[in-house]
Design a protein around this ligand. Structure first.
Ligand code: ADP
Ligand code: MG
Length: 601
């Protein structure tokens, strides 16, 4: 049996670092918090290779006296706690005294600092927990810390780092959170000497929101403020029209510290109830102010989560304040008042194909021809209706439709009825077919797109003037990472600099919706993933997303022409029974089933 021994200091530090320091962004977060705790009004950040090769933070804060430099890099050494009681009334961002020691244990660190009352500064170097002697340093007031070659001494951890754009994106996200919480601090971020953010000090949070997320959001914000009592909530929430496909644009802070909390995200979502479609998320910037004694910050290694003593009070505060504010705008729930927006825009027929006429196709087709082209024609005559619940019937497939996964019910002549601007109802020999218009159109577009991409025949519409799209830096970085895949899907993008992406083309097939809407949908979809999926999966996701974005929606009033065309395209679909996400597109209520329900039998 191996003997129990006490670990040496270097191992202890590396273990601790494993909890706090995961990637360049976590180093950056710790350094920025130190600068803010030191009262800095200006912070300059320089990164090289996503922060992996170099991460430098220079501040003009209170500095560290020469005789404390070595201590700053020692484990469990902090100037922010006097006794353990202080843990429950924290007013600083840091308090554990382990960040610098942890960073020093896994990288090469140079720490230089000069307090304002000193004529000269001092510096120290630390290389995998081994510190140099303290030497004089001739720099300006404040602290300058350089972290090079992160994880050079821990190759196992280095392997887990992602591509440079991803690491850079994470660093940008850290800067975004810090900058939103501290608008009065001037912050500059450069990557490989190129400026990513230049954020001058401001008293207006909306300036920063505009810089990060664009004018569209900045101009659609409603201010919230619960007043001076504690706990209090202030900040901004965006108009429901600015909704997003994920919750990434929800930022929450407590006493100036960013945190995440699923229950409070739910409170925010609940405040928008009735104003958003399912699957859509509001945009919000929420700043909670609570008595430091009523929140425990020390529950998560990187302090990303906190625990409120009275969590239900905080929940009601968030929901209540946001809801009241939205009510004041008397926003009309758009779910109950759908506008017939697309009455004038016909669903586009497949551009390369002639308009499809089942009648003509039937008249022209000979049984022999059906064997070959049957997928497009035969189902209309031979197929049996599907069973209720959209499960395939047990009987064998008719031999004339070899490529169709499920038999398609024959529709009887006559018009199809649109109900609630959402469902299409048609009669079949077996009963009544109810079709989800969005799910069906989505399926059709998905198949058309997929086929064209596969055969290299995707028609692409070039934009006369490329459309600039502002994205948060991490999203811009991630999108540029999959630039080539997007180009194959007809979405050509290029880096315009800053956080702007230029969109210069889109698939003609999707021209029903504005290109930027399709593009935003793709971005949202990618952002729900932790990493960029492998190519096959990526294509599939993106095709499904693009189809979903471009398809008619629940709530779109369709003209009779559009309905007819949609029903024709339905006959061409390979699997017209499921949308790309696997939901059924139609349900059959058989005569027998209806009779049973009405107690006729
Ligand atoms: P903590 O922030 O939890 O105290 P750190 O390891 O991050 O622990 O920092 C250790 C100490 O070094 C801090 O308590 C602070 O006194 C000092 N320090 C670190 N960075 C700075 C800075 N940028 N300016 C002034 N003092 C700093
Ligand atoms: Mg710290």
């Amino acid at each position: 049996m191996p003997r129990i021994r006490q670990l040496d200091a270097a191992t202890i530090t590396r273990i601790a670092a494993g909890e706090v320091i995961e990637r360049p962004a976590s180093v950056l977060k710790e350094l920025l918090e130190n600068s803010l705790d030191a009262g800095a009004t200006r912070i300059d950040i320089d990164l090289e290779s996503g922060g992996i090769d170099l991460l430098r933070v220079v501040d003009n804060g209170g500095g560290i006296p020469a005789d404390e430099l070595a201590l700053a890099l020692a484990p469990h050494a902090t100037s922010k706690l006097n006794s353990s009681d202080d843990l429950f009334k924290l007013r600083t961002l840091g308090f554990r005294g382990e960040a610098l020691a942890s960073i020093g244990g896994v990288a090469k660190v140079v720490l230089q600092s000069r307090p304002p009352d000193q004529a000269h500064g001092a510096e120290i170097q630390c290389d995998g927990s081994v510190c140099s002697a303290v030497r004089p340093w001739g720099g300006a007031v404040g602290t300058r810390i350089e972290v090079r070659h992160l994880f050079y001494s821990v190759p196992a951890r280095k392997k887990f780092l992602k591509a440079i754009p991803t690491e850079l994106g994470q660093c940008c996200e850290v800067v975004t959170r810090v900058a939103l919480a501290n608008p009065e601090t001037h912050i500059v971020l450069r990557h490989n000497l190129k400026t990513v953010y230049e954020l001058p000090a401001t008293t207006q949070l909306t300036d920063r929101i505009g810089l990060f997320f664009g004018a569209e959001i900045r101009d659609a914000l409603y201010r919230i403020d619960s007043g001076p009592t504690l706990p209090g909530l202030s900040g901004y929430v965006a108009d429901p029209a600015c909704d997003r496909g994920n919750a990434k644009l929800q930022y929450m802070f407590v006493n100036g510290r960013w945190f995440r909390d699923r229950s409070l995200s739910f409170a925010l979502q609940d405040a928008y109830r009735g104003l958003l479609m399912t699957g859509r998320y509001p945009v919000g910037f929420l700043f909670l102010k609570v008595d430091p004694e009523s929140v425990d910050i020390n529950v998560h290694p990187t302090k990303a989560e906190v625990r409120f003593r009275e969590s239900s009070v905080i929940f009601s505060l968030v929901r209540g304040i946001v809801k009241t504010r939205l009510l004041k705008e008397s926003l009309i729930p758009n779910l109950e008042a759908p506008a017939p927006v697309f009455a004038t825009l016909p669903i586009r027929p497949m551009p390369s194909a002639e308009p499809f006429s089942p009648r003509r196709a039937l008249a022209e087709a000979t049984p022999a021809a059906w064997e070959v082209t049957s997928r497009t024609i035969a189902p209309t005559i031979e197929a049996e209706p599907i069973a209720i619940e959209s499960t395939p019937p047990p009987e064998p497939e008719p031999p004339t439709i070899p490529q169709t996964l499920f038999p398609i019910p024959t529709l009887l002549p006559g018009s199809v009825l649109q109900v609630q601007d959402t469902y299409l109802v048609a009669e079949t020999p077996k009963g009544m077919l109810v079709i989800d218009q969005h799910a069906l159109h989505e399926r059709i577009l998905y198949e058309q797109l997929r086929e064209r991409v596969k055969s290299g025949k995707l028609e692409v519409q070039r934009l006369l003037i490329p459309e600039p799209i502002d994205l948060p830096a991490d999203q811009a970085a991630m999108i540029l990472e999959v630039k080539d895949a997007l180009a194959e899907l007809g979405l050509e993008i290029s880096d315009f600099g800053g956080n702007t992406i230029l969109l210069s083309s889109y698939p003609t097939l999707l021209s029903r919706r504005p290109p930027h809407e399709i593009f935003r949908g793709v971005v949202d979809e990618l952002m729900t993933k932790d990493r960029v999926p492998a190519k096959e999966a990526l294509f599939d996701h993106l095709l499904a997303t693009m189809a979903c974005k471009a398809a008619v929606k629940a709530g779109d009033r369709l003209s009779q022409e559009e309905i007819t065309h949609l029903m024709q395209l339905r006959q061409l679909a390979e699997d017209s029974h499921h949308c790309p996400h696997g939901r059924p597109t139609s349900l059959l209520f058989s005569r027998t089933e209806l009779d049973r329900q009405f107690r006729r039998i």
